[in-house]
Design a protein around this ligand. Sequence first.
Ligand code: UT7
Length: 329
Amino acid sequence: MEKITAAITGVGSYVPDYRLTNQELETMVETNDEWIVSRTGIKERRILKDENAGTSFMAIRAAEALIENHNVDPQSIELVIVCTASPDLKAASTAVYTASQIGATNAFGFDLDAACSSFLYGMSVAARYIESGKYKRVLLIGADKCSSFIDYTDRATCIIFGDGAGAVLFEPNTEGYGIQDEELRSDGVGREFLNVKAGGSLLHTTEDTVKQGLHYVRQDGKTVFKQAVSKMADISEMILEKNNITHSDIQWMAAHQANKRIIDATANRLGIEKDKVLINIENYGNTTSATLPLLIADFEKQFKKGDRILFTTFGGGFTWGAMIVTWAY
Ligand code: UT7
């Protein structure tokens, strides 16, 4: 039997219109454009201002863009996975609602949350469904309304995060294109360094938790920063070595966009040249589950069939990993 690989065959994205610039943030917290740009590389982020619109609003639009760009019949989609750390609701999957809204009425759906590594883990899950031969069209969406858990008086977090969504379609390939290999890891020691304390089963929301602002994300930025660089570089080195290739065999590096200095330091350690490193953090900030599909969407036109892309992420939990994908079109 022919070997089936899972290839990306289409992409779409959506970001809200509203641009929260560094200049506007200067009026909200004690910060300045020079500090933000030099410490993070971020110039602006998009914010979904409509209070009645949740993550699905963006997921639906990203999926619709994909459907239109690549002429996909929504009824042919068999599975919709929404990678997100900010689902619309608890106990009612954002993916299920998204699938219905885009007309994917033959699909089943579920959400997947591994913080900033959600989309990388999601690519792994989508690949297994395709490689098994069970399904032929898996729609993987990364979407987060980060503004729903940001304290806009906390300069350690509000300058970083933004909202957005991206969607990719996975289909079987028998010529060897698509996902080649992956290394995924997690370590629960990380949960104290980046989390939202209240609203989960450990500490449910009360008047008091709201008063204390425990429904907002908090992080120990320095610890997360150091871990991000060392874990992404280590695991990327490991996957290259395992596949008997070097940085010169990689055409593009697509790393989670959390901080430009993290991405630059990781690329440096790997010896990957600057012009191969995909960056769009200046426009969107850290959109959590959406950074990788937004990169794919923004740079799709520059990819050539057969290009090898190294994906790597690090996120809360901690969760991290690396994946090698060859571009299929
Ligand atoms: O996706 C995974 C999740 N997140 C991440 O990967 C984020 C990882 N961490 C980071 O990106 C960085 O740690 C931050 C961007 C959050 C912070 O950058 P940093 O270089 O680690 O800054 P710092 O917290 O060490 O602060 C350096 C200085 C401090 O002043 P002093 O003590 O040196 O006088 C801070 O008070 O910068 C100050 N500072 C700020 N100044 C202006 C901290 N935040 C700001 C700010 N504007 N927004």
